[in-house]
Design a protein around this ligand. Sequence first.
Ligand SMILES: [Zn+2]
Length: 90
Amino acid sequence: MKDNYNKSISLRCNTCGDSSFEFNEDKSWVKCKRCDREYHGGYDELVKFNQGEIDEQVSEMKKEVMQDIKKDFDKMLKNAFKGNKNIKFR
Ligand SMILES: [Zn+2]
């Protein structure tokens, strides 16, 4: 299993779909560099527009984690039984 499942989800402009933005220090104001659309709700507003995509990414990530857990579990099981031929009954 990986230690880190961090994925970067790039937020996209709701108007033009571009992902390069200009923003102020606390991200309470964001502007799309391509179409100049301003998001006065800032970063939060942008996240809201991208929520569907974010949810999708999160559920993809969950799937990936589950698969990795299963893989690890299979490996563990195999390892657990591997040593068995060395067990001697007296
Ligand atoms: Zn834009």
